[in-house]
Design a protein around this ligand. Structure first.
Ligand code: FNR
Length: 373
């Protein structure tokens, strides 16, 4: 089989040496108080960097009202920018590239994370089903969010702009807009979470407006070819889901294709909710196969990829690169292991979120003695 997965790829004006990307992975290990990255996080990302390889950071909240989980590293204070600089330095020292994932959780939050106990904000005041995680890592029922006014929506676009500038100051190579998995941008896209009657709600065109404004505004900061966007059509994570996703995402992807983005990053529906549980949903479409014809630029696919699945998807042209999540948690040297068909370490879900070095920086690297098969 051809080794396209290990061949170079140009993303915007960045040259990658292989197509094994590290997916964005929230690990809830920022320094608190301050919600800033620090030396432990720099070590973790540095371990996962490879020459000419691309890492997408964990979701990084764009403002103090964008947080929804404990110990997630933000990108809205000078302490956070300095902390992220340690991370980007560690990745660059090993010849890697790193994009920051810009994140606003919207209603998937809890007042314990927010300024002076204020309520989460969202397109409409509709509470998600299920449980949030409070600031002290306890499950608590979701609160009904407060609907953003039209003026506030415009201000949130500016929060993305400021965060994009901060990411540049922190030494990132680009940014990815988190438009997936039931968070704020997806809450605007989908009818069940967006019942607005202003220009940000109603028709498909109006529900897509916020996402497109964010993409255009962030591109105006970074320039063309330095901004990616992550979407999860047909996903159901965090109480999301559109009844008829096809026309919505066709319209959105066509509109985004006219902004010169670095890439489109699609989460495969079979893996929707993988952050919360082990899932492999059946009878769901392949997002990358479905939307590839609409997307002329680089397409990254993620979700339950194995080595063989990734090689096949790239060889068949369904995606240009594959992002790996859980396998990258457990295998700091995943690109090397995939390339030489080595054994993979197993991940431990109990240590995905919170804690310190255990389950974070202590997964072993491939040693020469280890099973090359
Ligand atoms: C995730 N995922 C995720 N996605 C995202 O866009 N931003 C994030 O911050 C996170 N955080 C996160 C944490 C953890 C612990 C997991 C397991 C997952 C989703 C992730 O990027 C990926 O789409 C899924 O894990 C499916 O890919 P794999 O794991 O099957 O390769």
């Amino acid at each position: 089989m051809s080794e396209l997965l290990f061949s170079p790829l140009r993303i915007g004006n960045i040259q990658l040496e292989h197509r094994v990307v590290m997916a964005p992975l929230t690990r809830m290990r920022a320094k608190d108080p301050g919600r800033a990255p620090y030396q432990l996080n720099a070590e973790y990302y540095g371990q996962r960097a490879s020459a000419g390889g691309l890492i997408i950071s964990e979701g990084s909240p764009v403002s103090d009202t964008a947080h929804g989980l404990p110990a997630t590293p933000g990108i809205h204070s000078s302490e956070q920018v300095a902390g992220w600089q340690q991370v980007t330095d560690a990745v660059h020292r090993r010849g890697g590239r790193i994009f920051l994932q810009l994140w606003h959780v919207g209603r998937i939050s809890h007042s314990s994370h927010l300024p002076a106990g204020s309520l989460p904000v969202a397109p409409s005041a509709i509470a998600p089903r299920g449980y949030a995680m409070s600031a002290d890592f306890r499950p608590v029922p979701y609160e009904a969010p407060r609907a953003l006014s039209t003026k506030e929506v415009v201000a949130v676009v500016q929060d993305f702009v400021q965060a994009a500038k901060n990411a540049m100051a922190a030494g990132f190579d680009g940014v990815e807009i988190h438009g997936a998995n039931g968070y704020l941008i997806e809450q605007f896209l989908q009818e069940k979470t967006n019942q607005r009657t202003d220009e940000y709600g109603g028709s498909i065109e109006k529900r897509c407006r916020f996402a497109i404004e964010v993409a255009e505004a962030v591109t105006s900061v970074w320039g063309e070819g330095r901004v990616g966007i992550r979407l999860s059509p047909f996903g159901t994570a965090n109480d999301s889901g559109e009844n008829d996703p096809l026309p919505l995402y066709q319209h959105l992807i066509r509109r985004l294709a006219s902004i010169n983005l670095a890439y489109l990053h699609l989460v495969e529906p079979r893996a929707s909710g993988a952050g919360q549980a082990e899932v492999n949903h059946k009878d769901v479409p392949s997002a990358s196969e479905l939307f590839r014809p609409l997307w002329p630029q680089v397409l990254i696919a993620a979700g339950n990829y194995t080595r063989e699945g990734a090689r096949a998807a790239v060889a068949d042209g369904h995606a240009d690169a594959i992002a790996f999540g859980r396998l990258f948690i457990a295998n700091p040297d995943l690109p090397l292991r995939l390339r030489c068909n080595a054994n993979l370490n197993r991940y431990d879900r109990d240590t995905f979120y919170g804690g310190h070095a255990a389950g974070y920086t202590d997964y072993p690297f491939l040693s020469h003695a280890e099973g090359l098969v």
